[in-house]
Write a protein that binds this ligand. Structure first.
Ligand code: NAD
Length: 365
């Protein structure tokens, strides 16, 4: 008599954090092969509300009580940046797989320890680089690999806001909790998309400056009301960073990130690649989902501008979370130890050092 194959047991996940954590929770809850069994966060009412909505059995105030639960297989981290390292280390040591929000950590030393711990404990460590999953970024990569624009010799990459400090006076603007400001917050996404488009060259050196004058003056909060009431001096980090990178393929990058600035930008991401045979620009003003791509080349002796019609559906978090779940199920974990994220944090960390020391910093090979 034929036996019906039994489906594998669902992956049991614990989510930490109730801001972006709620986005993780929703993504896992929609997956038939995943069960969210634990949720942790400080906001009591929100914890109870989300717990009831998704039927989560363990509701906890602190991450430390979640990472050792025997019925948790994987931990999903969406806490202030400084907690990414201690939570990941504890979870990996307890034999859990880890999905962590960007940035992987607040500095290179912490990120290295996390990647090493993923190897030592033979577990998956994945970091949320959701922006590269946008349809326009994916199309740009396909164009570059299938049609191409010749060797890219220089790129310009930026995310600039006119007034977009996420919570003036909150953990985002506290150096110890966030590790930095605009650069460590928005920089990982822009750098990740850029390196993905370029085919993963390594950054070998950086020369950077940072500023924080507007934030320190109490200007630039996303929330205008917050800006009027926030105490001056609650801002300890950068609101603007600008850098020149040298890459191991011989190309260069002008990189600029800002949370605030009296300028033309509102909340705009731009990645521009200059190649020998053509150019490509991805320009995303205010998270727009259409008309974000241009390709520039010469055809039959005249400049031509190509406008690919790519629509971005949005909500890329479920895609990266799906990849995390699939990576665990595949049993092939060596390509999923957080190495990509480590390089991105090493670059941003080097920018902070370069700005502090007023000199170019070479990255470790
Ligand atoms: N990938 C993206 O597009 C994206 C977008 C926004 C934020 N993020 C990242 O997500 C992370 C969280 O950002 P956020 O906007 O959700 O912040 P948030 O302030 O909204 O949420 C932080 C959560 O951490 C919880 N927390 C703090 N200390 C805790 C503890 N000891 N134990 C358990 N929970 C604790 C808080 O209770 C809160 O629910 C950051 O690293 C940020 O960079 C990523």
């Amino acid at each position: 008599m034929a036996t019906i194959p039994s489906s594998p047991a669902p992956l049991r996940v614990g989510v930490i954090g109730l801001g972006m954590g709620a986005v993780h929770l929703e993504a896992y809850a929609a997956m038939p092969d995943v069960e969210v069994v634990a949720l942790a966060g400080k906001e009591e009412a929100r914890l109870a509300e989300l717990g009831a909505q998704y039927g989560v059995r363990h509701l906890l105030a602190d991450w430390a009580d979640l990472v050792t639960l025997p019925d948790v297989d994987a931990v999903s981290i969406a806490t202030p940046n400084a907690l990414h390292h201690p939570i990941t280390m504890a979870a990996l040591a307890a034999g859990k797989h880890v999905f962590c929000e960007k940035p992987i950590a607040i500095d290179t030393a912490q990120a290295k320890e996390m990647v090493q711990a993923a190897r030592d404990n033979d577990r998956v460590l994945e970091v949320a680089f959701n922006h590269r999953r946008r349809a326009d970024v994916q199309y740009a990569r396909t164009y570059l690999t299938s049609v191409g624009i010749g060797r890219v010799y220089h790129s310009r990459a930026s995310w600039r806001r006119r007034a977009g400090i996420p919570g003036l006076g909150s953990w985002f603007t506290n150096k110890a909790m966030a590790g930095g400001g605009a650069l460590i917050d928005l920089g990982p996404h822009v750098l990740d998309s850029l390196l993905f488009l370029l085919g993963e060259p390594r950054v070998v050196s950086v020369s950077a400056v940072t500023h924080g004058a507007l934030g320190r003056a109490g200007y630039g909060s996303w929330d205008r009301a917050d800006q009027m009431t926030s105490a001056k001096g609650a801002f300890e980090v950068d609101d603007l960073a600008s850098a020149l990178f040298r890459l191991d393929d011989g190309s260069s990058v002008a990189f600029e990130i800002s949370w605030a600035g009296h300028g033309v930008d509102t909340d705009d991401i731009s990645i521009e690649l200059l190649g020998i045979e053509g150019g490509l620009r991805l320009f995303i003003p205010q998270y727009s989902s259409d008309d974000t791509l241009r390709i520039y080349r010469d055809e039959a002796g005249a400049p031509v501008t190509i406008t690919p019609e790519v629509h971005v559906v949005g909500g890329e978090h479920p895609l990266v979370i799906r990849e995390f779940v699939d990576a665990i199920a595949s049993g092939d974990w060596d390509a999923h130890r957080g190495d990509f994220a480590l390089h991105r944090t090493a670059v941003l960390d080097a920018c902070y050092r370069s700005a502090a020391e007023g000199r170019e910093i070479r990255l470790e090979p």
